[in-house]
Design a protein around this ligand. Structure first.
Ligand code: ADP
Ligand code: MG
Length: 251
């Protein structure tokens, strides 16, 4: 795409960067590369594990694995299947990789609004002066019954304060979270600069669990924001665009 900002596709590479900084590490859910041994060790610790392509985007091929009283369940989109043993589960997951690299990540039980799980996008951009700024923060409210909250999976965009308020968080907590996540965005920008050059923008996908603890699910180096154009309040879109123009991004 024709504007200068570094792209890093591998979620595994980016996760390892996040884990190197003590102040950021606590935001990263336990993540391992997919293989038989890591699958059984993740399932011995967590009741829900996400299985996602290391190079994926748009919420495609995001599988949720749940431990059942007997056996395991995989959900992809709205489709659920059961497997009796870790072996059977592993065989099925291996088929689903089509030879591509996949990650296993501890499942975060997402906070909900009207019964729908949501997560948060923190848009971070670097000014011509070289300073990282969190320029927008909004929510992605998942389509009922689906695994991923992405816009491409039928998710709806929401306003940060409004979504969190409807989800039952107090004004005080919302203020604190907004500040915390904007600071986190800047820190991640600074950290990424230590590992590669030429980054101008990042989009953090942040999960909030039911208690309000934040977790970074992934960091996008080519974050999309055109769907924000459809929101009633266009100020977020305009603000992001004004920063984007500084590095030649047109949409
Ligand atoms: N560990 C997790 N816990 C809870 N939900 C997750 C987890 N990983 C992914 N998801 C859900 O799937 C969506 C897509 O995952 P993500 O890692 O952002 O991949 P993509 O690059 O496809 O957007 C997330 O926005 C979230 O709704
Ligand atoms: Mg994402």
């Amino acid at each position: 795409m024709g504007y200068p900002s570094t792209t890093v596709k591998s979620k595994w590479v980016k996760t390892k960067w996040l884990l190197k900084r003590a102040s950021i590490r606590k935001y990263v859910p336990h993540t391992l590369l997919f293989n038989r041994g890591n699958l059984s060790s993740m399932l011995s610790r967590y009741s829900t594990v996400y299985f996602k392509p290391t190079g994926g985007t748009g919420g495609f091929n995001i599988n949720r694995i749940k431990k059942l009283e007997k056996g395991y369940q995989i959900q992809l989109n709205a489709k659920k299947k059961r497997y009796a043993t870790v072996n059977a589960l592993h065989n099925q997951l291996r088929k689903r990789t089509s030879g591509q690299s996949y990650l296993l990540q501890k499942g975060i039980q997402l906070a909900t609004v009207n019964g729908r799980p949501f997560d948060i996008r923190v848009m971070v951009q670097k000014t011509n002066g070289g300073v990282w700024k969190s320029t927008a923060i909004f929510t992605k409210v998942g389509m009922p019954g689906k695994v991923a909250t992405n816009y491409h999976q039928g998710g709806d965009l929401g306003y940060f304060r409004k979504t969190l308020s409807k989800a039952g968080f107090s004004k005080n907590t919302i203020d604190r979270k907004e500040k915390e996540l904007k600071e986190l965005g800047k820190s991640v920008g600074q950290l990424f600069d230590k590992h590669s050059s030429g980054f101008r923008e990042l989009g953090l996908d942040v999960a909030l669990d039911r208690k309000g603890n934040a977790f970074i699910l992934e960091v996008n180096t080519r974050p999309q924001f055109y769907p924000l154009k459809q929101m009633k309040d266009k100020s977020m879109y305009r603000s992001i665009m004004s920063y984007a123009k500084q590095y030649g991004r047109k949409r």
